[in-house]
Design a protein around this ligand. Structure first.
Ligand SMILES: Nc1nc2c(ncn2[C@@H]2O[C@H](COP(=O)(O)OP(=O)(O)OP(=O)(O)O)[C@@H](O)[C@H]2O)c(=O)[nH]1
Ligand SMILES: [K+]
Ligand SMILES: [Mg+2]
Length: 366
């Protein structure tokens, strides 16, 4: 049984001291665990995909935000306050049994928020509706991990583990590791970093677990075995997350100040509407969205209806594709007003990168 095997390997890893000499062995164990977990999560007969099906709720709006947390931390109270969509709340656990979507309109963008059932430890392995919840979380552009400030801080780590075990990586960039399989020549490793954590032996051990014996591995930043395993496994979701610490009406000001300083934290009291505005601003920030206004020829732009894109994918071409699939074929050039433009307007090609609140007029070929 995979679960037992995973447990055995985890125990072995806990017993093994971490140092240069054991690096390769630990790498091999980590790769083994990753493979076993993937097999465990893959639905029988289906290839990859993260495993399990989410709730049947359509993706609408410009971004999707999911609420994940233990039961009764206040997820439904939060959804009701933020979106105005009623989601049942009660003092008993597992009040919410399905996914309840709501919409917030903020700065011209439509944000879909998903209230989800509470999860418990072991959720990703099929406990409760956990897998459905975590599968849905994978489809989100941002995850709000809702915590109850009266509960132990270890809860944060438990939730993170459930999400990580399902291939979700929180507040992390995809590792910039080039991993190229080849036909012969063995494993080669090039790093521009001094004294990297990874060494050739560790990389060979990991690769052997995947039956890869010839490959070039290249990196310009320092990464560890977990990052390498993530790259070889592929199929990871890199999602930003905010830790929403709820029920702060129940703690002292001193306790609150400590929490306020932690990275990615947002203290709130959903019940009394405290810091809802602060939370939504942080949500906006973490979504990293860019609003671009369309300017029809000879008319003023419509400032109420921006085209909303992600900061990493916001070229003029991305903008065209958002407007109409066939538009890019007719594209001649664009006129841009706003902070990305050097002149007013600047004439640009399709690769020009737009910035928040730019105004764009597309000039088509005739
Ligand atoms: N003191 C206090 N209580 C709160 C706050 N927010 C929610 N609650 C209470 O906490 C309890 C649980 O709230 P819910 O919104 O149902 O929690 P949930 O996370 O959706 O719970 P499940 O759906 O069961 O997982 C309810 O009794 C709420 O009234 C808060 O900010 N402060
Ligand atoms: K509840
Ligand atoms: Mg609920």
């Amino acid at each position: 049984m995979s679960l037992q095997k995973i447990k055995e390997i985890e125990d072995e890893m806990a017993r093994t001291q971490k140092n240069k000499a054991t690096n390769a062995h630990l790498g091999m164990l980590k790769a083994k665990i990753a493979r076993l977990k993937r097999e465990l999560l893959e639905p029988a007969g289906k290839g990859g995909g993260g495993g399990g099906d989410g709730f049947d709720v359509n993706k609408v709006g410009d971004a999707r935000i999911g609420f994940v947390g233990f039961p009764s931390v206040g997820k439904s109270t939060l959804l009701t306050k933020l979106t105005g969509t009623f989601s049942e709340t009660a003092s008993y656990e597992f009040t919410t049994l399905t996914c309840v979507p709501g919409i917030v309109r903020y700065r011209g963008a439509r944000l879909q928020m998903l209230d989800l059932p509470g999860i418990i430890e072991g959720a990703k392995d099929g406990k409760g509706r956990g897998r459905q919840v975590i599968s849905t979380a994978r489809t989100c552009n941002l995850i709000l991990i809702v915590l109850d400030c009266l509960k132990p801080l270890t809860h944060k780590r438990l939730i993170e583990r459930e999400l990580e075990g399902f291939g979700i990586r929180l507040n992390k960039k995809p590792p910039n590791i080039t991993f190229k399989k080849k036909d012969k020549g063995g494993i080669s490793f090039t790093s521009t970093v001094k004294n990297p954590q990874l060494d050739l032996d560790a990389i060979k051990a990991v690769c052997a677990e995947y039956r890869v014996f010839n490959a070039d591995v290249f990196m310009t930043e320092d990464y560890d075995v977990d990052d390498l395993v993530d790259v070889i496994e592929g199929n990871r979701s890199y999602v930003p997350a905010i830790y929403v610490v709820n029920k702060i009406d129940q703690i002292t000001l001193e306790e609150l100040e400590v929490m306020d300083r932690l990275p990615h934290y947002c203290p709130v009291c959903a019940y009394l509407d405290w810091n809802m505005e602060g939370l939504i601003e942080m949500v906006w920030d973490y979504l990293a969205m860019v609003r671009v206004y369309t300017k029809p020829k000879g008319k003023l732009p419509d400032f109420n209806d921006p085209v909303v894109m992600h900061r990493e994918r916001c070229t003029v071409e991305d903008f065209c594709n958002k407007l109409h699939k066939a538009l890019i074929k007719q594209f001649k050039y664009a006129l841009v007003w706003g902070s990305s433009a050097k002149h007013r307007p600047q004439r640009v090609g399709k690769d020009h990168v737009l910035q928040d609140e730019d105004i764009v007029q597309i000039i088509k070929k005739i």
